[in-house]
Write a protein that binds this ligand. Sequence first.
Ligand code: GLU
Length: 513
Amino acid sequence: MEREVRVRFAPSPTGPLHIGGVRTALYNYLLARKLGGKMLLRIEDTDQNRFVPGAEDYIRQSLEWCGIELDESPWNGGPHAPYRQSERKPMYMQYAQQLIDSGYAYYAFDTPEELDAMRARLTAAKVPNPQYNSITRAQMRNSLTLPAEEVKQLLESGEQYVIRLKVPRKEEVRFNDLIRGWVVVHSSSIDDKVLMKSDGMPTYHLANIVDDHLMEITHVIRGEEWLPSAPLHVLLYRYLGWESTMPQFAHLPLLLKPDGTGKLSKRDGDRLGFPVFPLEWHGKDAETGEPTVSSGYRESGYLPDAFINFLAFLGWNPGSQQELFTMPELIEAFSIERVSKSPARFDQNKVRWYNEQYLRAKPDSELAQYLSEALQTQGLEVPADKAEQIAALVKERATFPADLAKEAQLFFVRPTSYDEQVISKKWNAQVAGALAEFARELPAATDASPDAIKALLTQVLERQGIKIGQVLQALRVAVTGAAAGPDLMHIMSILGAQETAERIDAAIQQLPA
Ligand code: GLU
């Protein structure tokens, strides 16, 4: 019988979730929904030293904002609860014990000083990568080298110990990664990883495998940084007797900085000029302990749909030209086969482009809502129909909702200065004269639609024998102060005939013809 697809996102609450983590969660979610399976979230908090308060809440809020839904998690429970490893602590020891009993793991009593001395010895002997492994373990204090009686005594006397995996010296470990194909690693390059720490907590490796097995995970989709751990995980599945139901692995490509010089990391924070976190994060400086704030996509004005669409394309493509995908469309189009092996470069312009597309696709009434709220904070009350007209006109120039209000300022504030370049080139007595006449006739126009205003302007200019091309820029500057902006006829129409005429008159008075 086909197993139900079950995937998990397994973050450690060691700080804010970085966009690479959100992408991992997204790909897991897309696969689960595509294949009609379940999406789990498990909090991997076995490393108490790295625990950061607030991080778990941050992860939860980030996924909610992105629209990544969880079927089982610490917050909405599920058949395999608890979903926090710290709350599952009593479950792991039996599996470490099973490995010891079957000869695949052993007790190690070495003190930190003894471990340091071993590393120093190996470094002095020019061993490139000093490790506790199939060779060096023979010189250390563990249950493989000490007499059984002594081991028993040490355990009974409460001596501190860890449990290590006994990695074979000469064996090829292989597995088929869904993205990378066959991965083959020689066991001599794997060290005897600690499975149980002296405080009775499992390490990431043991807890991760035990939980993936107990939670019946079918696919492990995670970042490339976990690829070196995968052979060890394969050995653990084998030694625990779980190889036949071992999940399939898929290691996602790295996310690189925009210039491709290296991995995009949490530490990049705002240094590169864009957020690396979905939501704003209030943290502490690692050295000084001073409060720090890192910007988030949400607070910077990104729309969750745009952010998700962008992230989906960082390492995956649909194999077609289509770039805009809603979440349901992503689910429909997604497949692991189309995830790339090669690293994906973060592109700041692309994420802005996505935001523009999603912002402009929103109904004008919704944009008018953003606009009205922003204008209200400036003390400006705008009737709904006018707000909608303005929003429709300025949205083509907006990347973020906040840009709408910035672009709309020209409707509420008369120009205080006039673009000098345009004035020096285009403003002269003839132009000023023609505009004065246009301004005189404008208030009488019964219809202030863009077309009617244009018709009146054309009429006036014809009478004066001036081409429209000679005055348009000067007129724009007279009305708005700026050399560029949204369609001028629409601007004048929204301002209304009276206000437009007054602005033109004011410009004529201030500018020497
Ligand atoms: N807890 C690991 C992390 O923080 C999970 C890695 C995995 O998915 O196996 O990324």
